[in-house]
Design a protein around this ligand. Structure first.
Ligand SMILES: Nc1ncnc2c1ncn2[C@@H]1O[C@H](COP(=O)(O)OP(=O)(O)OP(=O)(O)O)[C@@H](O)[C@H]1O
Ligand SMILES: [Mg+2]
Length: 278
C-alpha cells in the first residue's frame, strides 16, 4: 500500500514538474514576444521623437537666420534709398556709388556667412580658435556702425586691456551684434536725446571682460528675470522675435564657457561678457 502511495506521489510530482515547465516555457515565449513588441513600439516612438527634434532644430535654425538677416536687410534697404536720393539730387558720383555698392557687398557677404555658420549649428564642425576680443568687436562694429550713425547714436570704445579668448569668432561677433542691436532699439524706442553706447574691454581677475552699456534707462524690473528666455520680447510682433539674448547667452555660456550677465546702471542697461583669458 505504501509502495503504491509512493508511486502515485512520484507520478504526481513528475506530472506537476512537467506541467510547470511547460507553463513556464509558454509564459517565457509570451514574455519574449511581448518584450519584442514593446521594443518595436519604443523604436517607432524614438524615430518619431528624432524626427520631431530635427524639425524643431530646423525651425530654430530658420528663426536664427531670420534674426541675423533682419538687420543687414534693413541696412541694404537704407543704402538703396541713399543711392536713390543721391541720384535724384544729382550727387551720385562714381566714388559715392562705389562706396554704396561696397557696403551692400559687405552686408550680403555677412548674410551668406550666417547661413554657413547656421548649417554648422545643426552639425557643429566649426573649429574653435583663439582670437582677440577687440578684433571681434571691430568685425561686429564694421557691420553695424553705419546703422548706428544713421540713428545718431554715439559709440565710445574704451580699451584698457585687450585679451585673447577661445571660441568660434563668427558666433562671438553675432552675440555682440545682438547686444549692440538691442541697445540701438531701446535708444530709439524711448526716444533718448543724446543716444550713447559705451564699450569697455578690460581684464579682471584673469577674466577678459567686454561690457556694452547704453543710456536708455535700463531694463524694467518686471522683465529683468525674463530677458534671456527664448521668445521673450517687449517689442511688437513685427519687430522682435525674442531670440537675440537667448542666442547670445547660448554662444557665450554653452559654446565659449563664459558668462553673460546684465545689470541696470545709472543711465541704462549694462551687458557684461566675461571669458577666460587665453
Ligand atoms: N539694452 C537694453 N535695455 C533695455 N531693455 C533691453 C535691452 N536689451 C534687451 N532688452 C529687453 O530684453 C528683451 C529681449 O531681448 P532679445 O534681444 O532677446 O529680443 P528682442 O530684441 O525683443 O527681439 P529680437 O529677437 O528681434 O532681438 C527686449 O525685448 C527688451 O525688452
Ligand atoms: Mg534683440
Amino acid at each position: 500500500m505504501n509502495e503504491l502511495l509512493i508511486v502515485f506521489f512520484l507520478g504526481f510530482l513528475i506530472f506537476y514538474v512537467f506541467n510547470k515547465r511547460k507553463n513556464q516555457q509558454y509564459y517565457n515565449k509570451n514574455l519574449e514576444e511581448e518584450v519584442k513588441k514593446q521594443l518595436l513600439e519604443l523604436r517607432e516612438k524614438d524615430k518619431l521623437l528624432i524626427a520631431q527634434s530635427k524639425l524643431a532644430a530646423v525651425g530654430e535654425t530658420l528663426a536664427h537666420i531670420a534674426h541675423q538677416w533682419k538687420q543687414p536687410l534693413s541696412q541694404i534697404n537704407s543704402v538703396v534709398l541713399n543711392i536713390e536720393a543721391d541720384f535724384e539730387e544729382k550727387k551720385l558720383s562714381q566714388k559715392k556709388l562705389e562706396d554704396h555698392l561696397n557696403e551692400i557687398e559687405k552686408l550680403t557677404f555677412y548674410m551668406s556667412d550666417t547661413i554657413t555658420s547656421f548649417n554648422n549649428y545643426l552639425q557643429p564642425n566649426d573649429k574653435k580658435e583663439v582670437f582677440s576680443m577687440k578684433d571681434a568687436f571691430d568685425d561686429a562694429f564694421e557691420l553695424i556702425y553705419k546703422l548706428l550713425e544713421s540713428k545718431r547714436i554715439v559709440c565710445k570704445l574704451h580699451i584698457e586691456k585687450d585679451s585673447l579668448v577661445k571660441g568660434v569668432k563668427k558666433e562671438f561677433v553675432q552675440a555682440l551684434l545682438v547686444l549692440l542691436n538691442n541697445a540701438k532699439d531701446v535708444l530709439e524706442e524711448r526716444n533718448i536725446k543724446n543716444k550713447k553706447i559705451s564699450i569697455e574691454i578690460y581684464l579682471e581677475n584673469n577674466n577678459a571682460i567686454l561690457k556694452i552699456t547704453d543710456n536708455a534707462g535700463g531694463i524694467e524690473n518686471e522683465f529683468f528675470d525674463k530677458i534671456f528666455d527664448a521668445y521673450f520680447t517687449t517689442k511688437p510682433h513685427s519687430q522682435g522675435t525674442g531670440h537675440g539674448l537667448c542666442m547670445a547667452k547660448m554662444i557665450i555660456e554653452k559654446s565659449m564657457h563664459g558668462f553673460l550677465s546684465v545689470q541696470n546702471e545709472k543711465d541704462g542697461a549694462s551687458f557684461c561678457i566675461s571669458l577666460k583669458e587665453r
